[in-house]
Design a protein around this ligand. Structure first.
Ligand code: PLP
Length: 395
């Protein structure tokens, strides 16, 4: 069978190889006193809170399961719009919001609407692997730009200006970022946007982790910069609804009919049950629970980052959001005679029974030196992981 070049361009998700090895190891050691601690998975360990679960059940019981409009349920669009006002102090009218099947579908729609064959999109190295594949699936070219710790592993305005070429169409940023949990400095983001605007390009920003921001300095939506920003978001992370497949994007008003046309044809609509349930996310009791969980994510970060640093797994920039730690394992590799972060991840699984993600998926620049820890696990599991890594690295 002849496979399309488009499909062939999509690289495998190497993380899955590690995940497979972790599951295998977990089965082997399940009944020992050292079961595997999973710090490789980028999803909250919490589930949707009770009101959200009840709202889903009620929608099913009431038979509210027909298609919704392609743009999403009107009350949900309004609830998201209100949330931007109360949580981030930014006015986003409901008519600029499009509900999608997760941030993944939002990114696909944005790329299909804005990218033509050969258009180049600038993004940081390291970054979330699927983002470059969404660009590639739209027949664009993702151009990864190496970043440094000084830049918080984010693009800078100078680098965007220097990398901009005749085929460049825009930038795709993520703030806070996966895999680093670091956000773009607000002043730098403004400068990047000015560089992009001056060249007639588009600023796409993935704000899926913005709700899980731990630092007032960074916890602002890029939407405050202007109505031409395209911001992607989701119910997966802050709202703890990964498997419900629900997200949204905020776009310039002129783009809404274009996205509506694409969404009607490609998806018809996002899950009706998930949309009905998501309305309950904005009830005061649910929001209070989400804020309590956010505090817990912060407490985990505050414990875990210094503990990693003390082990010599240096985290060059303290994450200000999300639930990741991007740690340099170079000195540990030297000590253990390991080649790179890929081997380190497998060795950590073998010797400490701790599952982590090697840097390889996230880019090519310095990713052989880095591993990603997810702190979306209980404090007890995080403490166990640190104790095991310590016993292995510093016996
Ligand atoms: C940066 C980033 N963008 C998008 C996604 C996709 O999220 P969703 O579950 O909303 O499709 C993820 C998932 O891990 C992510 O880390």
């Amino acid at each position: 069978m002849r496979i399309s070049q488009r499909a062939e361009r999509i690289e495998p998700f190497y993380v899955m190889e590690v995940a497979k090895a972790a599951s295998q190891k977990a089965r082997e050691v399940a009944h020992t006193d050292r079961p595997v601690v999973f710090l490789n998975i980028g999803e909250p360990d919490f589930t949707a809170p009770p009101l959200v679960q009840a709202a889903a059940q009620a929608a099913i019981d009431a038979g509210q399961t027909q298609y919704t409009p392609a743009l999403g349920l009107e009350p949900l669009l309004q609830a998201i719009s209100d949330w931007y006002g109360t949580r981030f102090g930014v006015q986003v009218p409901a008519k600029r919001i499009v509900i999608t099947a997760g941030a993944s579908a939002a990114l696909q729609l944005a790329c299909l609407a804005l990218i033509d064959r050969g258009d180049e999109i600038l993004m940081p190295d390291p970054s979330y692997p699927c983002n470059r594949h969404f660009v590639s699936a739209a027949e664009g070219v993702a151009k990864l730009i190496p970043t440094t710790a000084d830049e918080r592993f984010q693009l800078s305005a100078d680098k965007v200006a220097a990398a901009w070429g005749p085929h460049t169409r825009g930038v795709l940023l993520a703030s806070p970022s996966n895999p680093t949990g670091t956000s773009i400095d607000p002043a730098e983001l403004r400068r990047i946007h000015e560089v992009v605007q001056a060249r007639g390009g588009i600023t796409l920003i993935d704000e899926i982790y913005l709700g899980l921001s731990h630092d007032e300095q960074f916890g602002h939506s890029a939407l405050a910069l202007g109505e031409d920003i395209v911001s992607i978001n989701s119910f997966s992370k802050y709202f703890n609804m990964t498997g419900w497949r629900l997200g949204w994007l905020v776009v310039p008003e002129a783009l809404v009919p274009v996205l509506e046309r694409l969404a009607q044809n490609l998806f018809i609509c996002a899950s009706t049950v998930a949309q009905q349930a998501a309305l309950a996310c904005f009830e005061p009791a649910s929001l209070a629970e989400y804020e309590r969980r956010r505090t817990e994510f912060k407490a985990r970060r505050d414990y875990f980052i210094p503990a990693l640093n003390a082990l010599g797994l240096t985290v060059p920039v303290a994450p200000d959001g999300a639930f990741y730690a991007w740690a340099d394992c170079t000195s540990a590799c030297q000590k253990l005679g390991l080649k790179d972060s890929w081997d380190f991840a497998f060795a950590a699984l073998e010797h400490a029974h701790v599952a982590i993600t090697p840097g390889r998926d996230f880019g090519t620049d310095q990713t052989a030196r880095f591993v990603r820890f997810s702190t979306a696990n209980s404090m007890t599991e995080l403490q166990t992981a640190i104790a095991r890594l310590k016993a292995w690295l510093h016996p």
